[in-house]
Design a protein around this ligand. Structure first.
Ligand code: UFG
Length: 326
């Protein structure tokens, strides 16, 4: 089976492509290289530089390749940017997504796994968020993901599109060859490890006055390889699970301060940290119930502990101190 991975030169997309190849799928990677890295495209994948917001570029990808299914990860993903450059998020995540769906239908491709986000839920109203939790996004990024989920529901009914939405919580960690390299980096784990590598620049902890056990925000970190494997399970279950959305988290929360502590143990470095004000838009706690993905997809995260996640990121960062080919 030939799978098109949009955003396949990015952090999650490249690992999805890598896992698909390991499982014997044919892989075509589409990426505009705005955030993605040429060096992140796994060997064995066909690579096409294309932008989902440009319909003709998508047309070329579909015309030149046999495609049986699509895994859609190409997106604008930085939440603070979505607050200011809102149009960019809607254009890429909604208009680009529609372009993709229309190209798929034109070429009779009716199988899609969509990369959604915990950001669709907004402020949590429960300790553990299940899929039926109210969806009131706090930022345009989350809104675009929710809108696209809704579009998929209607396309499913109207055009017999088969789809599954996977709502990631905090994707983290690295595979042997592929890791996290964003410019600028906004995510906690790479920023903490960067401060371990370059001890002159402390990591900033955004707020220690939250109503949590140590005052810092709690998140559900899930290994990027486990996320990638969930995509393959979802593809295999598309016939009987189409239309569903699943949370992907490891079901446990870790505070920002705990992450720094684990990183200190893993690296053996007394990582310098400084406390600053809260970052706008951060909910205090965001933890998934992933029971449904476990039950219905047979998903079982392999990397359940934070230590394994942080160790894999640390190994990758030491091997790529300046990221991909910089
Ligand atoms: N944090 C710091 N210092 C940093 C970076 C982050 O203290 O240098 C804190 C944040 O304030 C937050 C926690 O670490 O409390 C985690 O922050 P991340 O930026 O790593 O992740 P988020 O939880 O903000 O974002 C994740 C995904 C988004 C998704 C969002 C859903 O990365 O794509 O969850 O709310 F939209």
């Amino acid at each position: 089976m030939e799978v098109l991975v949009t955003g396949g030169a990015g952090y999650v997309g490249s690992v999805v492509a890598e896992e698909l190849l390991k499982e014997g799928f044919g892989v075509i990677v589409l990426d505009n290289l705005q955030e993605g890295h040429h060096d992140a495209v796994p060997e064995g994948a066909e690579f096409m530089v294309a932008d989902i917001t440009v319909r003709q570029e998508l047309e070329k990808v579909f015309a030149q390749n046999r495609i049986d299914a699509v895994m859609h990860m190409a997106a604008e993903t930085v939440v603070p940017v979505s607050m200011t450059d809102t149009t960019r998020h809607f254009r890429c995540n909604v208009v680009g997504g529609l372009n993709l769906l229309d190209a798929m239908l034109e070429h009779d491709v009716r199988r899609l796994i969509f990369s959604s986000s915990a950001a669709v839920y907004g402020e949590p109203q429960a300790d553990e968020i299940g899929e039926d939790h109210p969806k009131v996004p706090l930022n345009p990024y989350g809104e675009t993901k929710l809108i696209f989920e809704r579009i998929l529901e209607w396309y499913g009914r109207a055009y017999q599109l088969k789809f599954i939405c996977l709502r990631y919580f905090n994707a983290a960690g690295a595979s042997r060859r592929l890791g996290e390299d964003h410019q600028p980096e906004t995510h906690l784990i790479p920023n903490v490890l960067r401060a371990a590598l370059d001890r002159s620049a402390p990591v900033t902890l955004f707020g220690t006055d939250y109503p949590t056990r140590d005052g810092s925000c709690v998140r559900d970190y899930v290994h990027v390889i486990d996320i990638a494997r969930a995509h393959i399970l979802a593809l295999k279950r598309l016939e009987d699970r189409s239309g569903r959305a699943y949370n992907l988290g490891s079901g446990g929360g870790h505070s920002v301060i705990e992450v720094v502590e684990v990183a200190r143990q893993v690296t053996g470095v007394d990582i310098p940290a400084k406390v600053s004000a809260r970052r706008p838009g951060d909910p205090a706690v965001l933890v998934a119930s992933s029971a449904l993905a476990r039950q219905e997809l047979g998903w079982k995260p392999e990397y359940e502990g934070l230590e394994g996640i942080v160790s894999s990121s640390w190994r990758w960062m030491k091997e790529h101190p300046r990221g991909y080919s910089r």
